[in-house]
Design a protein around this ligand. Structure first.
Ligand SMILES: [Zn+2]
Length: 534
């Protein structure tokens, strides 16, 4: 074929245009569900990684991530996100001073063991995309057309942030920072990936209940704390729990608030606490706060709470079911709280109530049997709680709220009588969402992910605040020099202690203690405390 001159000149020009178009297509986030290129794959396909549909993640690892509390909310948000990348080498980066953590496991429990395995997963804000969700992201650092698993979180990953785990090292990680489109379904034009990549095709259902709670020791002393029902069942309980010392601290008409203050006064809290309270309560919100405080006091003592639920007529407009719903919800998120189902025993007519509240002698015998059977079924270990010395702070286990509540209960007993689990909850609800640096404040939760308390007993620093800050720092191994903003923790939790400083907002006259679940943590020591109020 004969070609004219101008046509020959056009050929290279068309190549240039096609090349530029291709680059633009690679860089631009495609509109969800309507990407421009059909049929042909974009970019080189990544080889088979094994694991679940080529992601390098095994079915067992997926199950682990989906059993994490971070998977519980089932959140998913589509659209444009901002993305960055992180990963090995682990430890403190000599260039930036940023600590990437030890790389042992992601926040949702995916084990990396300090290595650099080739896996497609990302860190997300679990309030926006829960751990355990599959998501399709384009573009991405690997030109991977299959799904990524949300399996991690990070202290700097808030809202519409995506952090790609990139095993290839720092130069790749630093080179990546750009907007991406996130979709729940495969994006058309990108190819669906392997057929079994479809979310849900192979995956076990999301965990809706927490893993089995650790149980208290089946031996050792027992504290029986409660109202008239604890008075009535006390002697039978002592008889049934042979070989165990049962101390009954009970009185009729006692409320959960009174029971809490009695528990706070117990000098040596045993590892098993039976609570028989709530029958005389009618304020649901106060009851919830008291349950949380009692569980927090128990946690401080590495103790487990066995709470007998409630069967009684409506009191001041509040039904037993409302209070039992609080107990059920708290037990689902507190691994040292277990419910003993008295309500079901009454409903099944296996016991008779003489006055709608108090059982007959045979009923008390049945109630004591229920309690004793529950305690006898306990394992001989207390799980995570067992590692903490009785009565000490500093246990990094459970949810951020549980860790913070332990500090709050300690503070309440050591010079801060006005600071309670309930006062912190109320303050956090009213707290601003963003920090001075624009991140979501730990105060805003959700409590399984992040929680914080502001603790103060004066308008200026006091000796009690100085002492408490030092105690918290010592208990949690936070490098503390009397003032400033210090972040510390481990590969699972980012702790933050702020006091006597204007850094990060006005923290001159109160101690801020915050805990957040993370994977990689940023150690930031700001010694810029100024010797004056902000
Ligand atoms: Zn604060």
């Amino acid at each position: 074929m004969k070609r004219s001159g101008p046509f020959l000149l056009l050929v290279p020009l068309l190549f240039v245009v096609a090349f530029v178009m291709t680059i633009l297509l690679l860089l631009q986030p495609p509109p969800t569900g309507a990407c421009g290129v059909a049929g042909e794959p974009i970019g080189p396909a990544t080889g088979n990684l094994g694991g679940v549909s080529g992601t390098g993640i095994t079915a067992a690892e997926l199950a682990t991530v989906r059993s994490s509390p971070l998977a519980r909310n089932n959140s998913f948000t589509e659209g444009v996100f901002h993305s960055t990348a992180y990963g090995p080498p682990w430890g403190v980066d000599p260039q930036s001073g940023v600590d990437q953590g030890a790389g042992i496991a992601t926040a949702a429990g995916l084990r990396l063991n300090g290595g650099a395995p080739r896996k497609y997963f990302v860190a997300t804000d679990p309030a926006v995309i829960s751990s355990g969700q599959w998501l399709y992201i384009w573009p991405n650092p690997f030109q991977w057309r299959g799904a990524f698993l949300a399996a991690d979180t990070g202290s700097a990953i808030n809202g519409r942030d995506i952090d790609f785990y990139d095993w290839r090292g720092r130069s790749f990680q630093l080179a990546w920072s750009k907007p991406v489109t996130v979709s729940r379904a495969p994006m058309s034009g990108l190819g669906p990936g392997p057929a079994d990549m479809q979310p849900g095709a192979f995956a076990p259902p999301l965990a809706t209940t927490p893993t089995a709670p650790p149980a208290a020791a089946a031996t050792g002393p027992v504290l029986n704390l409660g109202d008239s029902l604890a008075v009535g069942s006390g002697p039978e309980l002592e008889r049934k729990l042979t070989g165990r010392t049962v101390t009954t601290l009970a009185a009729r008409d006692r409320t959960s608030a009174q029971g809490l203050s009695i528990l706070r006064g117990v000098s040596t809290v045993p590892s098993t606490i039976v609570v028989q309270l709530g029958t005389n309560d009618s304020d649901v919100s106060a009851f919830r706060a008291n349950v949380r405080s009692i569980v927090a006091v128990a946690r401080l003592a590495s103790a487990k709470v066995w709470w007998v639920n409630i069967s009684r007529p409506v009191l001041n407009g509040t039904s037993a079911s409302e209070l039992n719903a609080v107990l059920t919800a708290e037990a689902a998120r507190q691994d040292n709280l277990q419910i003993i189902d008295w309500k079901a025993a009454v409903a099944a007519a296996t016991v008779q109530l003489s006055d709608g509240v108090h059982p007959t002698a045979a009923g008390y015998e049945k109630r004591a049997t229920l309690i004793a059977d529950a305690l006898a079924g306990a394992d001989s270990t207390l799980g995570a709680c067992a590692s903490a010395a009785p009565g000490s702070l500093g246990e990094l286990a459970g949810s951020p709220e549980q860790i913070v509540n332990g500090v709050v209960e300690y503070a309440h007993a050591n010079g801060f009588p006005n600071v309670t689990v309930e006062s912190v909850r109320v303050a956090n609800a009213a707290h601003s969402v963003q920090t001075t640096s624009g991140n979501t404040s730990d105060h805003k939760g959700p409590p399984d992910f992040a929680w914080a308390a502001d603790i103060s007993n004066g308008n200026a620093p006091t000796p009690q605040m100085d002492a408490l800050a030092a105690t918290i720092a010592g208990a949690f191994s936070i490098p503390w020099q009397g003032s400033g903003l210090v972040s510390a923790g481990n590969a699972e939790y980012r702790l933050q202690l702020i006091y006597r400083t204007c850094g990060g907002g006005d923290h001159w006259n109160h101690i801020h203690f915050g805990v957040k679940k993370v994977f990689f943590l940023i150690i930031r020591r700001t010694g810029s405390s100024t010797p004056r109020p902000c």
